[in-house]
Ligand binder design. Structure first.
Ligand SMILES: [Ca+2]
Ligand SMILES: [Ca+2]
Ligand SMILES: [Ca+2]
Length: 246
């Protein structure tokens, strides 16, 4: 057998072995996971408010907000924090003023063996506004999980004081931005591995409620593919957008 023929024969043998060793292909089985909505049974019935429930005029009313599931009291049961938004004044461009006790608020629920019980008073998570996202971590290294919340407006760092109570330490932590921005996402992570948690905040649009055009009247709502620009969001289903953040 020539060297070339020997090499070919060896390759054929390896290929035959590979074929016999290859697993038989199996039809994909259904993923054995199902989800069932048990929010009501678990005690989670409060709605989230984010702009007018029926008609959205501006993009700020459309994005909604996040939640966090964390064991805040170290009892082994994951607790729940739900953020909230607000509404605009009817026909106006400012966040409305709410009667005492009626503002949509951040809700902190303690998990009591699978049922969530709201901590009604004294949590200190008091800021009302367009909350967007939340991230959790022990920012000051005292062993308790703290919370950072982003807003359209002013972001907030809440220090966990224990017993379901929090303190706004944004200014103390050097996190005042000096101007309103639209914080859309965040992470608390040790980027440089020095043992201290660092903070990453992503911002969304540069958006100003005072100057945002009504739906159908802004340059972002015009078709760029037609010779004659025309509104592409005439319906109230479309909301007026802002510029990209820089
Ligand atoms: Ca818990
Ligand atoms: Ca802490
Ligand atoms: Ca660090």
């Amino acid at each position: 057998m020539t060297p070339g023929a020997a090499a070919l024969a060896a390759c054929a043998a390896v290929a035959a072995l590979a074929l016999t060793a290859a697993p038989q292909s199996q039809p994909p089985s259904a993923w054995p996971v199902r989800f069932v909505d048990i929010a009501r049974e678990a005690g989670l019935t409060h709605p989230i408010t984010y702009g007018d429930a029926e008609r959205k005029r501006f993009i700020i009313e459309t994005n909604g907000c996040g939640v966090a599931m964390i064991d805040l009291d170290d009892d082994g049961w994951v607790d729940l924090l739900t953020l909230n938004g607000t509404e605009l004044e009817p026909g106006g461009r400012r966040a409305r003023t709410w009667p005492p006790g009626q503002a949509p608020r951040i809700r902190l629920y303690r998990n009591v063996r699978g049922r969530f019980v709201e901590a009604r008073e004294g949590s200190g998570l008091d800021k009302i506004g367009w909350a967007s996202s939340v991230c959790a971590g022990d920012a000051d290294g005292d062993g308790r999980v703290d919370l950072f919340l982003t807003y359209f407006g002013r972001n907030v760092l809440y220090r966990n004081l224990g017993q379901g109570r929090f303190e706004d330490v944004t200014a103390k932590a050097g996190l005042e931005t000096g101007r309103d921005r639209w914080g859309s996402g965040c992470s608390l992570l040790d980027v440089d591995r020095d043992g201290d948690l660092d903070l990453f905040v992503a911002n969304y649009l540069a958006f100003d409620l005072a100057s945002a055009p009504e739906p159908g009247h802004g340059p972002n709502c015009r078709s760029a593919t037609r010779k004659t620009a025309r509104p592409c969001c005439r319906s109230a289903r479309w909301a007026s957008c802002g510029r990209r953040a820089r």
